[in-house]
Write a protein that binds this ligand. Structure first.
Ligand code: TXA
Ligand code: MG
Length: 348
């Protein structure tokens, strides 16, 4: 299959016309959202969601998020809309928040990975909203990466993973946020965060008064089964083996430097992910500036591109500092720890 890449500028009506045609005939279009690029298909067509799983190489028990462009759509897709959900929708939509509802019968089980709930989100990216509105399709869209790889934050990343596997890519340039939406489940007694993201627990608490965090993501080592099925898979991973080293600044740099020297001596190619302020502490090849912890938004925005850069240079071992400060720190570390397959060294 040839994958067509077209610019997603709002005035490029031809691009949206073609993308609409693809979606309406059950094909797949990758498109930008404010978080990461999505791989879209008609959420109400079983054949389209099956194509999404196949293109990503994704296990079919891992449900898809349905993207909508107006709140009325929620009432068509969800069986119940609890008042917590209404408050969240008013506060954070359009934007990087996904809400899990009891699903309506029109949503096929293939889209929800066999669950009786459906995850819904209204993105704020103008190209995403235009695509949903123009096509009149509820768009099921996981991140547009091959299963297990870092999510794409540019159209080039989507091309790397999806060229020849999908019909079309709408290129809207680099995305803003860079890590996936926060997911909140409102089907139980207590609203619960299933995946951390840009919308923090504090922001949700300010609206609802209370929110729980899925215990499986608080203690990622526990082996508990996360309520968002996708959170159980190794994810976001570069091809090289990633290890996080945490502790005080100087000790971390010393330990990473030691590990790098050892690996280089054994003939392996290495990369280091360091805070802007710490880059100068290392004297080795391939030290990547991951941004400053003081500006966690830039760290999040660049994280997946950085992991892909490690692949581009063929790094076999990657050592990363920890980036847990700031409002986004929790979401960043959730992704980084998974990318590292839980390999963490503490040096304090
Ligand atoms: O920011 C985002 O959310 C991006 C953009 C494209 O919108 N999408 C995204 O989709 O990250 P994906 O498929 O890569 O991740 C969806 C996550 C998975 O962990 C999945 O298990 C979970 O959402 N999920 C989907 N439906 C669910 C449901 N009904 N109940 C619990 N978790 C659900
Ligand atoms: Mg994903």
């Amino acid at each position: 299959m040839e994958t067509v890449v077209l610019k997603a500028e709002p005035q490029n009506n031809e691009a949206f016309k073609q993308a609409t045609e693809v979606l309406r005939t059950g094909g797949l279009v990758a498109f930008p959202t404010e978080t990461v690029y999505g791989l879209g298909g008609d959420a109400l067509r079983e054949d389209a969601s099956q194509k999404i799983y196949a293109a990503k190489g994704r296990p079919s028990d891992n449900p898809l998020i349905v993207h909508i462009a107006d709140t009325d759509s929620v009432y068509k897709l969800a069986e119940e809309v609890p008042c917590h959900a209404v408050k969240l929708m008013e506060a954070f939509w359009p934007g990087p928040l996904t809400i899990v509802f009891k699903k309506n019968a029109i949503v096929p089980a293939t889209t929800t990975g066999g669950l009786d709930t459906v995850a819904i989100r209204m993105p704020s990216h103008p190209a995403a909203l235009k695509l949903i509105k123009d096509s009149g399709v509820f768009i099921a869209a996981p991140s547009a990466n091959l299963s297990g790889r870092p999510s794409p934050t540019t159209s080039e990343h989507v091309v790397q993973d999806m060229n020849g596997r999908i019909d079309m890519i709408l290129d809207g340039g680099p995305v803003g946020i860079g890590i996936e939406s926060t997911i909140v489940d409102v089907t139980g007694d207590r609203p619960t965060i299933l995946r951390p993201g840009f919308i923090s627990a504090k922001m949700i608490k300010d609206i609802l008064g209370d929110v729980a965090i899925d215990p499986a993501i608080v203690d990622m080592e526990s082996g508990m089964r996360p309520k968002a099925p996708g959170m159980k898979y190794t994810h976001y991973a570069p091809k090289g083996e990633l290890t996080i080293v945490e502790g005080s600044r100087d000790k971390v740099a010393e330990e990473i430097q030691r590990l790098v020297c050892q690996k280089n001596k054994d003939g392996y190619k290495t990369a280091v992910l360091a805070d802007t302020d710490n880059v100068a502490l290392y004297s080795c090849d391939n030290v990547f500036d991951a941004g400053s912890k003081k500006n966690d938004i830039t760290v999040a925005a660049g994280l997946y591109a950085l992991l892909r850069s490690c692949d581009d240079i063929g790094a076999e071992y990657i050592f990363s500092e920890s980036f847990e400060e700031g409002d986004m720190g929790y979401a960043i570390m959730n992704r980084l720890i998974k990318a590292a397959g839980h390999r963490i060294i503490s040096v304090d």
